[in-house]
Design a protein around this ligand. Structure first.
Ligand SMILES: [Zn+2]
Length: 200
């Protein structure tokens, strides 16, 4: 059957954003679009990073360690592109200090750099106020929506439950049918030996 309509179909990837981590050699910088960090426990499981569903988590069942990750929308001043930037709990410390001082992360200029050229070496982040006199920032991206696409989980099954590590904690409940996500996203991440996110 042919279907015609004057309206375009809803874009299932409307909230899609590329996931970016601090590169091994070059630094990365941009302006933060979201007011706050959003974090959750993750595992490196079957070759990719997945969120830890603390009720029915196959990675926890297998005894794998977890690591806390924060996410936020980072906007490139020159590229005018927005990415979903991932960082560990430790690397986010300067952002927590910034948020306490200014009440929001939106408009914060973030620079992230590794201490050496190893792709898993510690990340140092710097947070300063961006000069927004001549810049109109785009709207903050839907971080939960972008994560749900990356992790291939239903958007409504994620909610924010309380504050952990000084930031909103996601409660992620995976649909069992989607427990084996169909597309890879985090091939660069190596398994963490530290179960509590205290190493970048
Ligand atoms: Zn788990």
């Amino acid at each position: 059957m042919l279907n015609f309509s004057s309206e375009s179909p809803e874009d299932p990837n409307e909230h899609s954003l590329p996931l970016v981590r601090c590169p091994a050699i070059k630094s990365i910088s941009g302006i933060i679009l979201n007011k706050d960090l959003l974090g959750t426990n993750t595992h490196y499981y079957h070759g990719r990073t997945i969120p830890c569903d603390d009720q029915t988590c196959p990675a926890c069942d297998d005894g794998l360690p977890w690591r806390w990750h924060f996410y936020l929308g980072l906007w490139g001043q020159n590229s005018h592109r927005t990415c979903l930037f991932e960082m560990t709990a430790k690397a986010a410390d300067p952002l927590k200090t910034y948020r306490k001082a200014y009440g929001t992360l939106r408009g914060c200029h973030l620079t992230a750099k590794r201490v050496n050229s190893s792709p898993n070496s510690r990340v140092i982040q710097q947070a300063t106020q961006a000069d927004l006199q001549k810049i109109t920032l785009p709207a903050p991206p839907d971080v939960l929506g972008a994560l749900s696409i990356i992790w291939n989980i239903e958007r409504p099954s994620i909610s924010v439950e309380g504050i952990v590590k000084d930031a909103p904690k996601l409660h992620v409940q995976q649909d069992p049918e989607l427990a084996e996500p169909s597309f890879p996203s985090n091939r660069n991440t190596l398994p963490s030996r530290n179960p509590n996110g205290n190493v970048s």
